[in-house]
Design a protein around this ligand. Sequence first.
Ligand code: C2E
Ligand code: CA
Ligand code: CA
Length: 774
Amino acid sequence: MSRGFRVFLVGFVLAAIFYSFSYVYIKQRLDDLRDKKYQEISKEMHNELELLIQEKSEAILLVGLTLSQNRAISAVLSSKRPKKLQLDELTSLLERYMSLHNVRFQVLNSDGIPVYKSWNSNSSKNLIDNQSDIEKLIRIPKVRSTITITDYDLHFQTIVPLYDKYGRLIGFLETIANFNSLVSKLKMKGYQTLLVVDKHYKKHLQDKNSNLFVGDYYIVNTVDKEILLNVVKEHGVDYFLKDQEYILDTEDNYLFSVVKIPDINQNPMAYFIIAKPLYSIDMEDIYNTRYNLIQSLVAIVVFVLLFLYIIYTINYKKFIQQQNKLLECSVEEKNEELERQSKEMKYLAHHDLLTALPNKNLFRDRLQQAIKHAKREHESIAILFLDLDRFKEINDTYGHDIGDTLLQQVAQRLFSCVRSEDTVARIGGDEFTVLLPNTNQVSVVKVIEKIFNEIKKPFSISNVELHTTFSVGISIYKQDGETPEILLRNADTAMYKVKDSGKNSYQFYNEEMTELVRKRLELDADIRNGLKNHEFIAYYQPKIDATTMKVVGLESLIRWNHPTRGLLFPVEFIPFAEEVGLIVEIDKYMLEMCVDQLVKWTNEGYNTGKLSINVSTKKLESDDFRTDLYKLVERSGVDPKRLELEILESQIMRDPERSIDILRSIRSLGISISIDDFGTGYSSLSYLKKLPVSKLKIDRSFIVDVPQDEDDVAIVRTIIALAKSLGLETIAEGVETKSQVEFLVQEGCHNIQGYYYSKPLPIEDCEEFMKKYR
Ligand code: C2E
Ligand code: CA
Ligand code: CA
């Protein structure tokens, strides 16, 4: 669940709880207020009615009392037989009051017998209907003011005793008024009123004129009863008579209040059911209260929400700030990392990892800058191209670790020989370049001599003392070129010149050197052509067993029948072919040609012995050498036992482990292997044991001076003994003299190859030779 959603949910639940409480609270408050209001109104209705009744009673009493003082009335009562005039006077007097208040009068004599009444109907004989009442009045005459029920009506009644001038009771004046005026007055005040007589009077009120009943209750109203009557009929009168302060009828929209009128004995007699239409009740204060309540609650809600929001935003802000900080940190870290990496990459792109010197790219850049500067200032720049002599040998002999350390130390020494404005770079395996801006030939030579002096001091690495030298080529801006490419190439060319003429020296570039390069390119194209045109041929040099004088083998040696330069010896193209990789093609060519020749000779019955073919390890290491060889054996039908591959010791020892694997695969085809130029390649005994070879060929350099040179004698003896102990054959090459042969035979090496018996021979001559030495 997301943080936002959680906050929303909590807010929602809180709001719901708050809403429920608020709702109940407001409702309760408003109900209380409304109840109070209705109570007040109900009381007001009571008061209003009571006041009106009071007023009416008092008015009727006043009328009664006033009339009782009237002489006309006493005159009528005093005379036993009232005269017409007297009666007329009385009538007009009473009629005046009558018209004013809808009031009726009755005059009774002292015996309680009516002598005059202001109305005609006979229906009510007597207002004072109760005989005991009358008797009581006669006995104790006094003013009486009550609300009474007559046969058909409820009314105000006043009875005033009348006295003559002597103070004798002469009769009573009864004044009666009905309630209709009250109802009308209440109506004017906004109340509907229904005047109801209690059900106890039902019997009493059985009158043909008064037939309006609701249930057992008689309805007194003659006016303004229609509206309420229906409502009261609907509920029944009893519904209104419960002891309640008010009755709320929300269906008909009335507020009812009931005023009870008891009789003299305090028994229920009549009821005023007063109704006020709800719409006429001013509820504004309640609405205001409700409005205020809602307003304050809304204010509270808003405040709380605001409070929560502020807390949330503060927290959220804190959270965001934290996140931001974290992000910033990680971005910063990433940036630093990126910067570090890009620096590293830049460094890697421009430096040599082993020596930490600038690499070829950086050197080229600096040379470019130096050229710009030199052009402006008309200065000279020298570019030295340095190549360590015999570094490969050191590497092959002592391993790559020592080789690498040597390179590092050489780099340090080189660096120590130059000025701060000079640049030393490593641009390849054992190739270094030095950029010397603003210089001349003399100072260049001085720097080189300094370098030679430094480099000539022995290097001591892992308890091995090593010696190395430099071959240095120099090109000068701008006489030898104006671009980095040309200057570097020409320095390189000059360096090759040094290599060719004995190494450990320096050489300035000149035109001849360019010529040399041109020649090398030409040679490359020539060899390719020569292979295509079958210009390469094989000479065969016999190998003789000096004890039996028989041919025990032949070695094929390449010759180039060059179309313009005549017959060329291997020295003129094999090292170059080795260097540029063309040797692979050459060896393939020779292998096929020589194997075919062997098959031919075998078929012709020649005793060739084993045919040895010189193979470069570059060829051995090429991907499809073994399949090629297998296919060759298959195709030619040669007996693999008649084949021997001669491999230079120095080449085998470059990567002995790899050589072991390759030689094994060759031997598995049945072809034997001989180590050529043995004694020059620093073979270690441990590897020699593991190598699947069958023969050691003692190098010519050890043979030349035997048996005179003691050292060489010792070496040859050692080699022969070594081979014997390893179960290997030996053969000596370059044997030119009889004493050499004798020495070798004496030492146990009777296989001899050399001019003493025969030079390498073309096919026909070789055939002649074989015929002689069969
Ligand atoms: P290598 O394999 O040591 O061959 C012996 C070299 O000594 C040959 O020189 C041979 O003519 C020469 N030689 C033989 N007997 C005598 C002697 O009594 N006195 C003197 N001074 N020299 C003698 P070559 O034919 O000039 O070959 C030179 C090198 O070229 C060979 O040395 C071999 O390493 C390489 N080579 C020759 N043919 C091939 C080839 O087909 N493939 C490869 N990869 N290398 C070849
Ligand atoms: Ca050889
Ligand atoms: Ca050799």
